[in-house]
Design a protein around this ligand. Sequence first.
Ligand code: SAH
Ligand code: SF4
Length: 351
Amino acid sequence: MRPADTPITRYGARRADLEAILGDWREPRFRAEQVWAGLYGARLPLDAITTLPRPLRDALAETLPEALHAATVLTAADEMTTKWLWRTRRDGTEVETVLMRSERRATACVSSQAGCAMGCTFCATGQAGLDRHLDTGEIVEQVLRAQHACPQRVSNVVFMGMGEPLANYGPVWAAIERLHGDLGLSARQITVSTVGVVPGMRRLATEALPVTLAVSLHAPDDALRSTLVPLNHRYPIAEVLDAAAEVAAANGRRVTFEYAVIHGVNDGLDHAGALGALLGAWPGVGGAHVNLIPLNPTTGFSGRAPSPARVRAFAERAARPGVTVTVRRNRGVDIDAACGQLRARARAETG
Ligand code: SAH
Ligand code: SF4
Protein backbone atom coordinates (compact mmCIF):
# COMPACT_ATOMS: atom_id res chain seq x y z
CA MET A 1 0.00 0.00 0.00
CA ARG A 2 1.09 3.51 -0.76
CA PRO A 3 1.24 5.72 2.34
CA ALA A 4 -1.70 8.16 2.17
CA ASP A 5 0.55 11.22 2.34
CA THR A 6 2.67 10.18 -0.69
CA PRO A 7 1.45 11.80 -3.91
CA ILE A 8 1.88 9.78 -7.09
CA THR A 9 4.91 10.99 -8.99
CA ARG A 10 6.44 9.92 -12.28
CA TYR A 11 8.77 7.31 -10.79
CA GLY A 12 6.75 6.65 -7.67
CA ALA A 13 3.86 5.29 -9.77
CA ARG A 14 3.78 1.53 -9.91
CA ARG A 15 2.87 -0.18 -13.11
CA ALA A 16 -0.62 -0.85 -11.77
CA ASP A 17 -1.02 2.89 -11.04
CA LEU A 18 -0.04 3.70 -14.60
CA GLU A 19 -2.41 1.10 -16.03
CA ALA A 20 -5.24 2.55 -13.95
CA ILE A 21 -4.55 6.11 -15.16
CA LEU A 22 -4.36 5.07 -18.82
CA GLY A 23 -7.47 2.92 -18.39
CA ASP A 24 -9.40 5.93 -17.05
CA TRP A 25 -8.34 7.84 -20.14
CA ARG A 26 -9.54 4.97 -22.39
CA GLU A 27 -6.10 4.50 -23.90
CA PRO A 28 -5.37 1.18 -25.65
CA ARG A 29 -3.91 -1.49 -23.39
CA PHE A 30 -0.45 -1.45 -25.03
CA ARG A 31 0.16 2.14 -23.90
CA ALA A 32 1.19 1.16 -20.37
CA GLU A 33 3.90 -1.10 -21.76
CA GLN A 34 5.10 1.67 -24.08
CA VAL A 35 5.38 4.15 -21.24
CA TRP A 36 7.06 1.66 -18.93
CA ALA A 37 9.53 0.52 -21.59
CA GLY A 38 10.34 4.13 -22.42
CA LEU A 39 10.83 5.34 -18.85
CA TYR A 40 12.72 2.32 -17.53
CA GLY A 41 13.87 0.05 -20.37
CA ALA A 42 15.11 2.88 -22.64
CA ARG A 43 15.58 5.25 -19.66
CA LEU A 44 14.20 8.17 -21.66
CA PRO A 45 12.73 11.37 -20.27
CA LEU A 46 8.93 11.16 -20.68
CA ASP A 47 9.00 13.93 -23.25
CA ALA A 48 11.43 11.96 -25.44
CA ILE A 49 9.27 8.82 -25.69
CA THR A 50 8.27 9.51 -29.28
CA THR A 51 6.21 6.32 -29.63
CA LEU A 52 3.59 8.18 -27.55
CA PRO A 53 1.41 10.83 -29.16
CA ARG A 54 2.38 14.33 -28.03
CA PRO A 55 -0.96 15.04 -26.25
CA LEU A 56 -0.58 11.85 -24.22
CA ARG A 57 2.98 12.78 -23.21
CA ASP A 58 1.70 16.17 -22.08
CA ALA A 59 -1.20 14.68 -20.13
CA LEU A 60 1.07 12.17 -18.41
CA ALA A 61 3.59 14.89 -17.56
CA GLU A 62 0.85 16.77 -15.77
CA THR A 63 -0.66 13.78 -13.98
CA LEU A 64 2.66 12.21 -13.05
CA PRO A 65 4.96 15.13 -12.20
CA GLU A 66 8.62 14.68 -11.40
CA ALA A 67 9.35 14.57 -7.67
CA LEU A 68 12.57 16.57 -7.85
CA HIS A 69 13.37 20.09 -9.05
CA ALA A 70 17.03 20.79 -9.78
CA ALA A 71 18.03 23.63 -7.46
CA THR A 72 21.72 23.52 -8.38
CA VAL A 73 23.65 21.47 -10.93
CA LEU A 74 27.43 21.52 -10.83
CA THR A 75 29.80 19.78 -13.22
CA ALA A 76 33.49 19.34 -12.39
CA ALA A 77 36.08 20.78 -14.74
CA ASP A 78 36.82 17.38 -16.33
CA GLU A 79 33.06 16.80 -16.88
CA MET A 80 33.30 13.35 -15.32
CA THR A 81 31.52 14.32 -12.10
CA THR A 82 28.15 16.06 -11.85
CA LYS A 83 26.31 16.92 -8.69
CA TRP A 84 22.67 17.87 -8.21
CA LEU A 85 21.05 19.60 -5.29
CA TRP A 86 17.34 18.85 -5.65
CA ARG A 87 14.35 20.41 -3.98
CA THR A 88 11.50 17.93 -3.59
CA ARG A 89 8.10 18.69 -5.06
CA ARG A 90 6.43 17.30 -1.95
CA ASP A 91 7.78 19.74 0.65
CA GLY A 92 10.83 21.51 -0.73
CA THR A 93 13.34 19.56 1.36
CA GLU A 94 16.79 19.29 -0.22
CA VAL A 95 18.67 16.17 -1.29
CA GLU A 96 21.82 15.50 -3.28
CA THR A 97 22.83 13.13 -6.06
CA VAL A 98 26.28 12.69 -7.62
CA LEU A 99 27.10 11.10 -10.98
CA MET A 100 30.66 9.80 -11.35
CA ARG A 101 31.85 8.63 -14.73
CA SER A 102 34.89 6.78 -15.96
CA GLU A 103 35.54 5.05 -19.25
CA ARG A 104 34.41 1.74 -17.78
CA ARG A 105 31.36 2.73 -15.78
CA ALA A 106 28.98 5.44 -14.67
CA THR A 107 27.92 5.43 -11.03
CA ALA A 108 25.00 7.30 -9.51
CA CYS A 109 25.47 8.08 -5.81
CA VAL A 110 21.99 8.56 -4.39
CA SER A 111 20.43 9.81 -1.18
CA SER A 112 18.03 7.65 0.82
CA GLN A 113 16.89 10.32 3.27
CA ALA A 114 16.77 14.11 3.44
CA GLY A 115 19.36 14.51 6.17
CA CYS A 116 20.25 11.76 8.62
CA ALA A 117 19.50 11.04 12.26
CA MET A 118 22.72 9.11 12.97
CA GLY A 119 24.81 12.13 13.91
CA CYS A 120 28.27 10.95 12.84
CA THR A 121 30.43 13.84 13.99
CA PHE A 122 32.51 14.37 10.82
CA CYS A 123 29.59 14.14 8.35
CA ALA A 124 27.87 17.25 6.98
CA THR A 125 24.57 15.36 6.63
CA GLY A 126 24.75 14.08 10.19
CA GLN A 127 25.52 17.55 11.53
CA ALA A 128 22.25 18.87 10.07
CA GLY A 129 19.98 16.08 11.40
CA LEU A 130 17.07 14.28 9.75
CA ASP A 131 14.42 16.06 7.73
CA ARG A 132 12.51 13.00 6.51
CA HIS A 133 12.72 9.67 4.69
CA LEU A 134 12.68 9.74 0.89
CA ASP A 135 10.00 7.70 -0.87
CA THR A 136 10.72 5.10 -3.53
CA GLY A 137 9.92 7.44 -6.41
CA GLU A 138 12.30 10.10 -5.09
CA ILE A 139 15.10 7.53 -4.90
CA VAL A 140 14.51 5.97 -8.32
CA GLU A 141 14.14 9.41 -9.90
CA GLN A 142 17.64 10.40 -8.76
CA VAL A 143 19.09 7.55 -10.84
CA LEU A 144 17.00 8.32 -13.92
CA ARG A 145 17.57 12.07 -13.82
CA ALA A 146 21.31 11.39 -13.60
CA GLN A 147 20.92 8.97 -16.52
CA HIS A 148 19.18 11.64 -18.62
CA ALA A 149 22.29 13.81 -18.23
CA CYS A 150 24.77 10.99 -18.80
CA PRO A 151 26.10 10.05 -22.27
CA GLN A 152 26.80 6.49 -21.15
CA ARG A 153 24.65 3.87 -19.44
CA VAL A 154 24.47 4.30 -15.68
CA SER A 155 25.79 0.89 -14.64
CA ASN A 156 26.21 1.26 -10.88
CA VAL A 157 24.20 2.75 -8.05
CA VAL A 158 25.63 3.37 -4.60
CA PHE A 159 23.56 4.44 -1.58
CA MET A 160 26.29 6.75 -0.33
CA GLY A 161 24.58 10.11 -0.63
CA MET A 162 22.63 11.67 2.20
CA GLY A 163 21.00 9.45 4.76
CA GLU A 164 21.21 5.97 6.22
CA PRO A 165 19.57 3.55 3.76
CA LEU A 166 18.87 0.83 6.31
CA ALA A 167 16.98 3.34 8.49
CA ASN A 168 14.53 3.71 5.54
CA TYR A 169 14.44 0.05 4.59
CA GLY A 170 11.08 -0.40 2.84
CA PRO A 171 11.30 2.46 0.32
CA VAL A 172 15.01 1.78 -0.29
CA TRP A 173 14.40 -1.89 -0.98
CA ALA A 174 11.45 -1.13 -3.30
CA ALA A 175 13.77 1.26 -5.19
CA ILE A 176 16.42 -1.46 -5.47
CA GLU A 177 13.84 -3.86 -6.89
CA ARG A 178 12.82 -1.25 -9.47
CA LEU A 179 16.46 -0.58 -10.41
CA HIS A 180 17.11 -4.28 -10.80
CA GLY A 181 13.82 -5.42 -12.33
CA ASP A 182 12.95 -2.49 -14.60
CA LEU A 183 16.23 -0.64 -15.28
CA GLY A 184 18.13 -3.92 -15.57
CA LEU A 185 20.94 -3.08 -13.15
CA SER A 186 22.65 -6.16 -11.81
CA ALA A 187 22.29 -6.62 -8.05
CA ARG A 188 26.04 -6.71 -7.52
CA GLN A 189 26.31 -3.28 -9.11
CA ILE A 190 24.03 -1.85 -6.44
CA THR A 191 25.84 -1.01 -3.19
CA VAL A 192 24.12 -0.29 0.10
CA SER A 193 26.35 1.60 2.51
CA THR A 194 25.41 1.46 6.18
CA VAL A 195 26.81 2.91 9.37
CA GLY A 196 25.96 -0.41 11.02
CA VAL A 197 22.19 -0.69 11.53
CA VAL A 198 22.41 -4.33 12.59
CA PRO A 199 18.71 -5.33 12.27
CA GLY A 200 18.67 -3.88 8.72
CA MET A 201 21.84 -5.78 7.86
CA ARG A 202 20.34 -9.04 9.09
CA ARG A 203 17.24 -8.35 7.01
CA LEU A 204 19.46 -7.69 3.99
CA ALA A 205 20.92 -11.17 4.49
CA THR A 206 17.46 -12.66 3.89
CA GLU A 207 16.83 -10.89 0.56
CA ALA A 208 17.01 -12.81 -2.71
CA LEU A 209 18.91 -10.04 -4.53
CA PRO A 210 22.66 -10.19 -3.70
CA VAL A 211 23.39 -6.47 -3.47
CA THR A 212 26.86 -5.37 -2.39
CA LEU A 213 27.25 -4.26 1.22
CA ALA A 214 29.51 -1.45 2.43
CA VAL A 215 29.96 -0.85 6.14
CA SER A 216 31.23 2.46 7.52
CA LEU A 217 33.71 1.40 10.18
CA HIS A 218 36.05 4.41 10.72
CA ALA A 219 37.80 2.94 13.79
CA PRO A 220 39.23 -0.42 14.89
CA ASP A 221 37.93 -0.27 18.48
CA ASP A 222 34.67 0.62 20.21
CA ALA A 223 36.03 3.47 22.35
CA LEU A 224 37.24 5.42 19.34
CA ARG A 225 34.36 4.46 17.05
CA SER A 226 31.80 5.66 19.60
CA THR A 227 33.33 9.16 19.50
CA LEU A 228 32.81 9.33 15.70
CA VAL A 229 29.71 7.19 15.22
CA PRO A 230 27.15 7.54 18.05
CA LEU A 231 25.25 4.47 16.80
CA ASN A 232 28.22 2.40 17.99
CA HIS A 233 26.86 2.66 21.54
CA ARG A 234 23.82 0.70 20.35
CA TYR A 235 25.53 -1.63 17.87
CA PRO A 236 29.20 -2.10 18.74
CA ILE A 237 31.84 -3.33 16.29
CA ALA A 238 31.55 -7.04 17.14
CA GLU A 239 27.81 -7.05 16.36
CA VAL A 240 28.26 -5.06 13.17
CA LEU A 241 30.99 -7.43 11.94
CA ASP A 242 28.85 -10.43 12.83
CA ALA A 243 25.90 -9.07 10.82
CA ALA A 244 28.23 -8.21 7.91
CA ALA A 245 29.50 -11.80 7.89
CA GLU A 246 25.91 -12.99 7.73
CA VAL A 247 25.29 -10.85 4.64
CA ALA A 248 28.51 -12.08 3.02
CA ALA A 249 27.60 -15.70 3.72
CA ALA A 250 24.13 -15.17 2.25
CA ASN A 251 25.14 -13.41 -0.96
CA GLY A 252 28.74 -14.57 -1.47
CA ARG A 253 29.92 -10.99 -2.09
CA ARG A 254 32.98 -9.33 -0.65
CA VAL A 255 32.10 -6.62 1.88
CA THR A 256 33.65 -3.16 1.69
CA PHE A 257 34.60 -1.37 4.91
CA GLU A 258 34.75 2.39 4.59
CA TYR A 259 37.17 4.25 6.79
CA ALA A 260 37.25 8.07 6.77
CA VAL A 261 40.85 8.84 7.69
CA ILE A 262 41.18 11.83 10.01
CA HIS A 263 44.55 13.34 10.90
CA GLY A 264 45.57 12.66 14.48
CA VAL A 265 42.30 10.86 15.27
CA ASN A 266 42.17 7.43 13.61
CA ASP A 267 45.12 7.50 11.18
CA GLY A 268 47.96 6.13 13.35
CA LEU A 269 49.96 3.07 12.32
CA ASP A 270 48.68 1.45 15.53
CA HIS A 271 45.12 2.03 14.30
CA ALA A 272 46.08 0.56 10.93
CA GLY A 273 47.60 -2.53 12.55
CA ALA A 274 44.55 -3.03 14.77
CA LEU A 275 42.21 -2.61 11.78
CA GLY A 276 44.17 -5.17 9.76
CA ALA A 277 44.12 -7.64 12.66
CA LEU A 278 40.39 -7.13 13.26
CA LEU A 279 39.41 -7.67 9.63
CA GLY A 280 42.05 -10.36 9.01
CA ALA A 281 40.32 -12.43 11.67
CA TRP A 282 36.83 -11.58 10.37
CA PRO A 283 35.18 -14.69 8.89
CA GLY A 284 33.34 -12.92 6.03
CA VAL A 285 33.16 -14.80 2.74
CA GLY A 286 35.43 -13.24 0.10
CA GLY A 287 37.53 -11.32 2.61
CA ALA A 288 37.41 -7.64 3.48
CA HIS A 289 37.94 -4.66 1.21
CA VAL A 290 38.94 -1.54 3.11
CA ASN A 291 38.27 1.73 1.33
CA LEU A 292 40.11 4.63 2.93
CA ILE A 293 38.37 7.99 2.42
CA PRO A 294 40.61 10.96 3.27
CA LEU A 295 38.34 13.23 5.33
CA ASN A 296 36.43 15.89 3.44
CA PRO A 297 36.44 18.97 5.65
CA THR A 298 33.02 20.08 6.96
CA THR A 299 32.13 23.20 8.90
CA GLY A 300 30.87 21.33 11.96
CA PHE A 301 34.01 19.26 12.57
CA SER A 302 37.54 20.51 13.09
CA GLY A 303 39.43 17.48 11.73
CA ARG A 304 41.34 17.34 8.47
CA ALA A 305 42.67 14.69 6.10
CA PRO A 306 46.15 13.25 6.70
CA SER A 307 48.88 13.78 4.07
CA PRO A 308 48.77 11.36 1.11
CA ALA A 309 52.02 9.76 2.36
CA ARG A 310 50.45 9.09 5.75
CA VAL A 311 47.36 7.56 4.13
CA ARG A 312 49.62 5.32 2.01
CA ALA A 313 51.56 4.19 5.09
CA PHE A 314 48.25 3.44 6.84
CA ALA A 315 47.09 1.37 3.86
CA GLU A 316 50.32 -0.64 3.77
CA ARG A 317 50.18 -1.39 7.49
CA ALA A 318 46.52 -2.49 7.40
CA ALA A 319 46.79 -4.73 4.31
CA ARG A 320 47.35 -8.47 4.74
CA PRO A 321 45.97 -11.75 3.35
CA GLY A 322 42.19 -11.44 3.28
CA VAL A 323 42.33 -7.64 3.70
CA THR A 324 42.68 -5.51 0.55
CA VAL A 325 43.09 -1.80 1.07
CA THR A 326 42.40 0.95 -1.46
CA VAL A 327 42.34 4.74 -1.17
CA ARG A 328 39.36 6.58 -2.58
CA ARG A 329 40.29 9.26 -5.04
CA ASN A 330 38.61 12.48 -4.05
CA ARG A 331 36.35 13.19 -6.94
CA GLY A 332 34.79 16.50 -7.72
CA VAL A 333 36.41 18.29 -4.81
CA ASP A 334 35.99 21.52 -6.77
CA ILE A 335 32.20 21.05 -6.64
CA ASP A 336 31.84 19.83 -3.04
CA ALA A 337 30.91 16.37 -4.26
CA ALA A 338 30.92 14.77 -0.84
CA CYS A 339 28.06 13.61 1.34
CA GLY A 340 25.79 16.50 2.34
CA GLN A 341 28.32 19.20 1.53
CA LEU A 342 26.54 20.96 -1.30
CA ARG A 343 23.42 21.38 0.79
CA ALA A 344 25.45 22.53 3.77
CA ARG A 345 27.10 25.19 1.64
CA ALA A 346 23.82 26.30 0.09
CA ARG A 347 22.35 26.73 3.59
CA ALA A 348 25.37 28.70 4.81
CA GLU A 349 25.15 31.03 1.83
CA THR A 350 21.45 31.69 2.23
CA GLY A 351 21.93 32.37 5.93
N1 SAH B 1 24.80 6.58 5.94
C1 SAH B 1 25.56 5.66 5.17
C2 SAH B 1 25.75 6.05 3.73
C3 SAH B 1 26.00 7.51 3.39
S1 SAH B 1 27.54 8.20 3.83
C4 SAH B 1 26.90 5.43 5.83
O1 SAH B 1 27.27 6.17 6.73
O2 SAH B 1 27.56 4.47 5.44
C5 SAH B 1 28.70 7.48 2.68
C6 SAH B 1 30.12 7.43 3.23
O3 SAH B 1 30.70 8.74 3.30
C7 SAH B 1 30.19 6.84 4.63
O4 SAH B 1 31.23 5.91 4.73
C8 SAH B 1 30.49 8.07 5.46
O5 SAH B 1 31.09 7.74 6.67
C9 SAH B 1 31.38 8.86 4.55
N2 SAH B 1 31.53 10.26 4.93
C10 SAH B 1 30.59 11.07 5.43
N3 SAH B 1 31.11 12.30 5.68
C11 SAH B 1 32.40 12.25 5.29
C12 SAH B 1 33.47 13.21 5.29
N4 SAH B 1 33.30 14.44 5.73
N5 SAH B 1 34.67 12.80 4.84
C13 SAH B 1 34.85 11.53 4.38
N6 SAH B 1 33.89 10.60 4.37
C14 SAH B 1 32.67 10.95 4.81
FE1 SF4 C 1 24.29 9.47 8.44
FE2 SF4 C 1 26.14 8.12 7.06
FE3 SF4 C 1 26.47 10.74 7.63
FE4 SF4 C 1 26.63 8.92 9.60
S1 SF4 C 1 28.01 9.12 7.81
S2 SF4 C 1 25.52 10.87 9.69
S3 SF4 C 1 25.10 7.46 8.95
S4 SF4 C 1 24.92 9.86 6.32
